[in-house]
Design a protein around this ligand. Structure first.
Ligand SMILES: Cc1cc2nc3c(=O)[nH]c(=O)nc-3n(C[C@H](O)[C@H](O)[C@H](O)COP(=O)(O)OP(=O)(O)OC[C@H]3O[C@@H](n4cnc5c(N)ncnc54)[C@H](O)[C@@H]3O)c2cc1C
Length: 291
């Protein structure tokens, strides 16, 4: 049973930040509740005050601009992202990722901001957004902060959010020309969390087909989503071949820091990294060649 709490449902960001500032450690923010309510039912989290931000419409939007890229309000649901026409402008990988996240019911109510703030290292959005070089904005009564999403995830279920702060927006820069991004997760039960997830983004030089830039991001392979930076170096500045993808997969599987748990052993996860880096890399390359 969930322990009793006092409930607030602010309708503006300012109202929410004022409540957060007032109740600090004694309160918890709830958005879609798809992750938080599980923790509350298990009494792992027992707030005195619950601040329900789902009704703050100023944080629920998707804005798309050819030069600036995407701006997604923290309260945008997974389903809204999956179905948004804005994803067609170079961000189809986000819609594909959302399509495989949980069930339609969970996607209809769970928010992108809640997913990122929950900071589950097996979550799907963060690896894809990091591959796309996403940044985010937070707000508190003290003001606004901006940071790379890569720097936001600090440890298992731990973020760089400070007391009194809310995540307000995720920004995804416009995709450079000749760029392809792909994501795949391995899971045994459809709509479950990833056993391993891999996102790869490749930018090719115009005309020469050389790998100008690459980001390889692993999910469920460490306490946070992690870049496989040594594997990226195998490919950066070179003409990519199947053999190089294989080599990058081997190196990424050594860089990964997976644990053994009920979903898979550490060894199995390392094998998955090997296979998925090569497979997802090939898909990203094919997309970059067509872009
Ligand atoms: C059956 C099921 C299957 C799932 N499968 C997947 C899956 O395949 N892949 C996947 O990635 N996820 C999966 N999830 C997790 C879930 O989809 C997300 O974690 C969820 O969308 C979180 O969003 P929410 O709005 O419900 O957050 P909530 O549960 O309301 O909040 C989560 C945490 O974030 C904090 N928070 C929320 N919004 C903000 C904000 N704007 N600023 C600061 N803090 C905030 C809350 O205080 C809380 O700590 C699954 C969940 C369920 C129940």
């Amino acid at each position: 049973m969930i322990r009793d709490f006092e409930y607030f449902s602010p309708k503006t960001l300012k109202e929410a930040l004022t409540l957060l500032d007032k109740y600090q450690d004694e309160c918890k923010v709830i958005a879609g509740g798809q992750s938080l309510l599980i923790l509350m039912r298990q009494r792992l989290v027992m707030p005195e005050y619950l601040i329900d931000i789902k009704g703050i419409s100023e944080l629920n939007y998707i804005k798309s601009d050819a030069k600036e890229g995407l701006r997604i309000g923290a309260l945008t649901t997974h389903r809204a992202i999956e179905k948004s026409p804005a994803m067609k402008n170079g961000f189809s990988v986000l819609a594909e990722m959302e399509h495989r996240l949980a069930s339609i019911q969970t996607r209809n109510w769970g928010t992108i901001g809640g997913n990122i703030c929950h900071a589950d290292p097996t979550g799907d959005p963060a690896p894809v957004l990091i591959a796309l070089n996403a940044t985010l904005s937070t707000a508190s009564l003290k003001g606004k902060r901006n940071m790379a999403l890569e720097d936001f995830c600090l440890d298992y279920f731990e973020t760089a959010l400070e007391p009194g702060e809310l995540l307000t927006e995720i920004q995804v820069p416009a995709v450079p020309p000749h760029t392809g991004t792909a994501y795949a997760k391995f899971n045994i039960i459809e709509s479950d969390m990833a056993t391993v997830g891999v996102a790869v983004s490749i930018t090719l030089g115009s005309g020469d087909g050389m790998c100008k830039d690459i980001r390889i991001v692993l999910g469920a392979c460490a306490s946070t989503p992690m870049r496989a930076k040594q594997a990226e170096e195998v490919l950066r500045g070179r003409k990519i071949t199947d053999n190089l993808f294989k080599e990058a997969g081997q190196i990424a599987s050594q860089e990964a820091e997976p644990i053994s748990d009920i979903s898979a052993s550490e060894e199995y996860r390392r094998e998955l990294v090997k296979v998925l880096v090569a497979r997802v890399g090939k898909e990203a390359l094919a997309r970059a060649n067509q872009a």
